[in-house]
Design a protein around this ligand. Sequence first.
Ligand code: FAD
Length: 445
Amino acid sequence: MALPQSADVLIVGAGPTGLTCALSLLNQGCSNIVIVDRLQQGINASRAIVIHAATLEALNRIGCAQPVVESGRSVSSVGFLNGGKFYRNSRFDKLAPYTKFPMALINTQTVTEQILERTLRDRGVTVLRPYTAINLKRNERDAQVTDVYFEGGEILQTRCVIGADGARSMVRQVTHVGFTGLDGEDTGEGATTFTQMIIADVTFTEPVRPVTDGLVFALSPDNGCLCVRLPPAPDYPEKEVYRIAAGIPSSLGVPPPSPSTEYVQSLLDAWGTGLFSTPAIISKTIWASRFRTHSALADTFFTHVPVTPGDPSPAGRGGVVILLGDAAHIHPPVGGQGMNLGIRDAISLGSVVAAYLKNEDTSDSAADAPLQQWAIVRRERAMTVIRSVQGLLWVLTIPDKTTWFLGFIPVNLYWLRNIVIAAIARIAWVQKMIAWRLSGLAFSD
Ligand SMILES: Cc1cc2nc3c(=O)[nH]c(=O)nc-3n(C[C@H](O)[C@H](O)[C@H](O)COP(=O)(O)OP(=O)(O)OC[C@H]3O[C@@H](n4cnc5c(N)ncnc54)[C@H](O)[C@@H]3O)c2cc1C
């Protein structure tokens, strides 16, 4: 399909956040929108698998929760396997008084994206593929309009560019917005066992019996291994498929880009002991990849197309630009928060952009105020989530090491952590509060 010459809004990137943003804008009555992606088809990599209650509530507001829930598998708890014993540490079923979705929903990102894209098409908007946006410039005749340049030579004029183009965002780069690392990567201090990870979706030779039907994380002194059964999918309906994820300690070197079944099996054997009460021999690796994880936050989620880089004056700025999802914030997948946060950013953005577009004259900076405010609130939210994920990572990677407090009192944080994990498994209120926080319901949206 050909690219039109103009649109009120251009969304660059049709990942989960770009697609959700398009649906949210339609829901607000904005139909003059274009969404493009550089790929011919959606990425066939399952990546995010957990969708939390607050995200389902948000998707429900744009009429998309039901198909996502129906194609997924709800789990009621998350727990740790530690020293051979299973401890349930968060109970999503206890959130029933506060949400229609008292669950952690397991669904692959591929399926979630397919549902969002299909819904968008049913509502009259088709993702235009493959179109790679390469630059943004202020329109020469109208400073409030941005000319977006594409690899094939096309130019699209728009009042609002939404960069939902992932962690290496072109939109962020050409608008000179910094992407500040938050892990101390420069000093190497932030590196953990989970700085490099392998994630794989596998089937087993024989039916396996997992220690829990929920999501479980096997802890060991030097690593952790996650395991959860995925919902049946059209691509592999015949077998039960499990998601396995483990950190790769730096002593093992750099993992292969496409890990073999033998490699994934070796991780499961080394760090997944006890996850199954039956032998777990992998028969097929459906999808596997290595990831380097780190945290970073865009310096702002809202800006203008700069005429002169670094010139913040109204005279030196063009049309509005918003950063969304991984273009604005990234962090390790532990806790399953990245896509959830991006989807909620996108849904909250719809009404703000719709209000902005109603302004006849957007040259006055007062028209920007609600967008500025949205960006400040969402950036603070992202920072809170990143800090929580960093806290969780710290807990998961405490070394089994004794130190001496005041020179004579032995302190071993690893053992303390294990005592806390065991204690939480006995206190229903704490399990509910952890679920409350992880689910996103602790925030207003
Ligand atoms: C292994 C792994 C596991 C994860 N697990 C979870 C989880 O359980 N829960 C969770 O919430 N999150 C999880 N995440 C994070 C989640 O995958 C991301 O947060 C999510 O994909 C971000 O969506 P997005 O739409 O912002 O960006 P992306 O998914 O990266 O999509 C960006 C899109 O933009 C397109 N694009 C890029 N540049 C251009 C351009 N110049 N022109 C046109 N199109 C362009 C790309 O082709 C792509 O389709 C996980 C991530 C990883 C890596």
